[in-house]
Design a protein around this ligand. Structure first.
Ligand code: KG4
Ligand code: ZN
Length: 338
């Protein structure tokens, strides 16, 4: 089955064609990130205007890139992100997908962007994730842990009480003058630090790590970084050292809480999704901690291109949760939750 996925929840305009939920035939992504870099964050009005400009060229490109199909008539179904996200951005993808479903007379499946992030783990991989699994979603707006028993069957275990992990990367990068988006900027700055400072120097807090729950909190870390920036004498060097410390603190909390959940629920697999899953240090820590503590648990950290927003995850999620509804009933829902 060929599904055309469409994703416009934030500042990426994306379309992709996926076969049977697992084979990525094409993926096209246009991003308005460079505009937002100027403001140090996302400007919703700019994001929505860029979505309008790119939605049709991106869909056209995704169809053409497949090589195996000639036009959109050959797809079997459409899938579209209905939320959560910025309402102006979401509406463009949703209304375009509805128009295509009407004209092409194809079924259309509404998709929750948060759940779709996990489906990066099913794409282009020799082995598929086995249930039950623990899913860590770490993106710009969300940090959540879920227990997934099967496709469409999941329990929410906990999430952030304030800022998301990605948001903490973005806000602290801004404090350090490292630019937007903060995650890749902090990672790059941290990599320049050599030798790595010892864990005891400038140790930032690991919020909520000692609590017996699956919740997170990252806003205190931001305050601690602000205080640390005021103490320094050589700003440039210290910005890099601080970037290293921030990355260590955020990844410590994410890895330890996720592995605790995997131990508690005795799962077969851990799947990490969302933009922060693109972080190299996060993957390294998961790999080394699992090899010591839970060697039988399989880890899926998709390649960075599939971790950040894209439409292949939307199409894959639709295949495994195939529940089309009439296009008239599909609506964007900016506040949709897990
Ligand atoms: O999933 P995503 O692309 O968009 C949302 O749905 O939010 O996630 C974007 C977030 C941003 O906060 C960005 O700084 C973070 O993912 N991010 C990273 C890395 N690449 C992107 N964080 C840490 N390390 C990275 N390499
Ligand atoms: Zn996302």
């Amino acid at each position: 089955m060929l599904i055309l996925g469409i994703e416009t929840s934030c500042d990426e305009t994306a379309a992709a064609v996926v076969q049977d939920g697992v084979t990525l035939l094409s993926s096209a992504v246009a991003s308005s990130e460079e505009f937002h870099r100027k403001y140090g964050g996302i400007f919703p009005e700019v994001a929505a205007r860029e979505q309008v400009k790119w939605i049709l060229p991106v869909i056209d490109e995704a169809i053409k890139k497949t090589k195996t199909i000639k036009d959109a008539q050959e797809i079997d179904a459409l899938a579209v992100t209905v939320g959560p996200g910025l309402i102006g951005s979401l509406l463009i993808g949703v209304e375009t997908a509805k128009a295509l479903a009407l004209v092409l007379k194809k079924p259309i499946i509404p998709i929750n962007h948060l759940i779709a992030h996990f489906y990066a783990a099913w794409l282009d991989t020799p082995k598929q994730p086995q249930f039950p699994l623990i899913g860590l979603l770490a993106s710009g707006g969300h940090t959540d842990l879920i227990l997934m028993k099967n496709h469409g069957q999941y329990d929410w275990l906990g999430g952030t009480r304030d800022d998301a992990g990605g948001e903490c990367f973005d806000k602290t990068a801004r404090l350090l003058g490292l630019g937007y988006p903060g995650g890749p900027a902090i990672q790059a700055a941290a990599e320049t630090v050599n030798p790595k400072p010892s864990a005891t120097t400038q140790r930032l807090p690991r919020p909520m790590l000692d609590q017996d729950n699956f919740d997170f909190s990252f806003s205190g870390l931001k305050t601690a970084v602000l205080q640390a920036t005021k103490k320094v004498s050589s700003p440039e060097k210290t910005a890099q050292e601080l970037a290293h410390e921030i990355q260590e603190a955020i990844t410590d909390v994410l890895v330890k809480k996720t592995i605790r959940a995997a131990e508690k629920y005795r799962v077969k697999t851990i799947v990490v999704g969302g933009g922060v899953a693109a972080n190299k240090r996060l993957k390294e820590k998961f790999q080394s901690t699992l090899s010591h503590q839970l060697a039988d648990t399989a880890l899926f950290v998709p390649p960075p291109k599939l971790c950040t927003d894209n439409a292949a995850t939307i199409a894959s999620c639709a295949f495994f949760n195939f529940s089309p509804i009439p296009w008239q009933k599909i609506q964007a829902d900016a506040g949709l939750s897990l």
